[in-house]
Write a protein that binds this ligand. Structure first.
Ligand SMILES: [Zn+2]
Length: 90
């Protein structure tokens, strides 16, 4: 016998979306530029950066996208055995 439970999605922590890791790279480069040159990236440099990665700078990828695992719901349902269910109650 199994029961269905609904739980917070572990992949997105319940928010329903995940941030695009490519923006971490961009932020990192921005920080590096600030450190080395005393200024942040210019719009031109950011555009160039996107181009180098094969993106159209006018249409950069979204900063966040719907979580694949819960399809943006933030919660997932799954079937578990009663044994597993008992363990969760402890
Ligand atoms: Zn999720």
């Amino acid at each position: 016998m199994e029961v269905q439970i609904r739980e917070t999605c572990k992949s997105c922590g319940g928010s329903g979306f995940v941030s695009n890791p490519i923006y971490e790279e961009l932020l990192e480069l921005d920080r590096k530029t600030k450190k080395e040159k005393g200024r942040y990236l210019t719009n031109y440099e950011v555009d160039e950066w996107w181009s180098k990665r094969g993106y159209n700078p006018l249409e950069p990828p979204p900063e966040e996208y719907d979580c694949d695992d819960c399809e943006g719901a933030g919660q997932r349902t799954r079937w578990i055995t009663l044994e597993e269910f008992k363990k969760l109650l402890k």
